[in-house]
Write a protein that binds this ligand. Structure first.
Ligand SMILES: *Cc1c(COP(=O)(O)O)cnc(C)c1O
Length: 389
């Protein structure tokens, strides 16, 4: 077993070797520009791009013509939110989001506030989920767009985008969903869901970094003001020469996600639940976020030990995401955990473990023993301090 063990699959995933294999020719002799329509080099690249578009569309049950390539979910969020808000600005300037969104959404909203828009940022319930009645109450006659994520990147909770979409459609409000963490984890059927815009990215689903997509619903004739001007690629919504190798990689990663979900999710759930069962039983552990409406591979907990910040900041044998209130490490507090109502200490002493396709049971057993030992050391140190005092 190689250390450290990678357990941070919501930060990014390793690229699946099958994806790498598909990408390689497009980095080698297959170099044509997909926009070159006058020769075979261009035709081959165009065909590869369109095959990948079909693969991405198939995973979410959309039409390939509704997929716009971007550089990742950050760009998709920017294009969706700024693009729609600006295109609808004559209708209204009120936008709705949630405090636990990714910074790609929150900072885009802030930028629009500076440009004269008004943003309502809803607080979650203590379990991380959005209350539908609070959402309804926030809608105004001048609301043009709501942006609520499908799966939260820190605590893994799944929002009820089916119900939110119904509400938005009824009120004539565009609905954007950041689904960066959802592909391969949650079934997405855009023929049923009333979603107008959806952000996707490859690198959280075993594809390469630097490639993503925005789903733009065709039936609703959603208009977006482009954020990148140039050659008019992607029906004018996103100019720039298409990165064929990246696009081929994203297509393959999404196809694999669709094929493997049925077998992969129960396996990941069993690994995560093993961690959950043992860690949730410890007095010092507080689990963050709802455990029912949640993706199967995420565990997020805070440690109630006041002296554990150094330990959290120096976990060397497992690669996890953590916040640590520890001043020497610079200190970080999660805006998501704070929005759940956690105090600064609990928001600053948290660990997120996200299990992935390439983790083995042996690795999970090791991580569990390692973490339990680290927690016991902090507990013993604290008891020693109390005894001396
Ligand atoms: C990772 C992530 C993003 C950013 O995606 P990039 O492709 O890295 O730009 C946006 N939203 C969520 C929820 C994410 O998890």
């Amino acid at each position: 077993m190689k250390l450290p063990i990678y357990l941070d699959n919501s930060a990014t995933t390793p690229v699946d070797p099958r994806v790498v294999a598909k990408m390689l020719p497009w980095l080698a002799d297959q170099f044509g520009n997909p926009a070159s329509s006058s020769h075979a080099f261009g035709h081959a690249a165009r065909a590869a791009v369109e095959a990948a578009r079909d693969q991405v569309a198939a995973l979410i049950n959309a039409d390939p013509g509704e997929i716009v390539w971007t550089s990742g979910a950050t760009e998709s969020d920017n294009l969706a939110i700024k693009g729609a808000a600006l295109a609808c600005r004559d209708k209204g300037k009120h936008l709705i989001t949630m405090q636990t969104e990714h910074k790609a959404v929150l900072d885009t909203m802030l930028e629009l506030e500076r440009a004269g828009f008004t943003v309502t940022s809803l607080a979650p319930e203590p379990n991380g989920l959005l209350d539908l009645e609070k959402f309804k109450a926030a809608l105004r006659p001048d609301t043009t767009l709501a942006s609520i994520m499908l799966v939260n990147n820190e605590i893994g909770v799944i929002q009820d985008v089916a119900a939110l979409g119904e509400i938005c459609r009824e009120r004539g409000v565009l609905f954007h969903v950041d689904a960066a963490q959802a592909t391969g984890k949650v079934a997405i059927d855009l023929q049923t869901l009333k979603i107008d815009l959806m952000s996707l990215t490859a690198h959280k689903t075993y594809g390469p970094k630097g490639i993503g997509a925005l789903y733009v619903s065709r039936d609703r004739r959603v208009r977006l003001e482009p954020q990148m001007h140039g050659g008019g690629h992607e029906r004018g919504m996103r100019s720039g020469t298409l990165a064929t190798h990246q696009i081929v990689g994203m297509g393959e990663s999404m196809a694999l996600a669709g094929q493997e979900m049925a077998t992969e999710l129960p396996r990941l759930r069993a690994l995560r639940d093993k961690l959950y069962r043992e860690l949730a039983g410890l007095d010092e552990v507080q689990i963050n976020g709802d455990m029912t409406s949640r993706i199967v591979n995420n565990l997020n907990f805070s440690l109630k030990l006041p002296n554990c910040d150094q330990m959290i900041a120096s976990l060397t044998d497992i690669a996890v995401s953590s916040t640590s209130a520890c001043s020497s490490a610079g200190g970080s507090v999660s805006h998501v955990l704070q929005a759940l109502g956690n105090d600064a200490q609990l928001s600053g002493n948290s660990i997120r473990i996200t299990v992935g396709r390439f983790n083995t049971e042996e690795e999970i057993d090791f991580a569990l023993t390692y973490l339990k030992r680290k927690i016991a050391e902090c507990r013993a140190a604290l008891a020693g301090q109390t005894a001396i005092a």
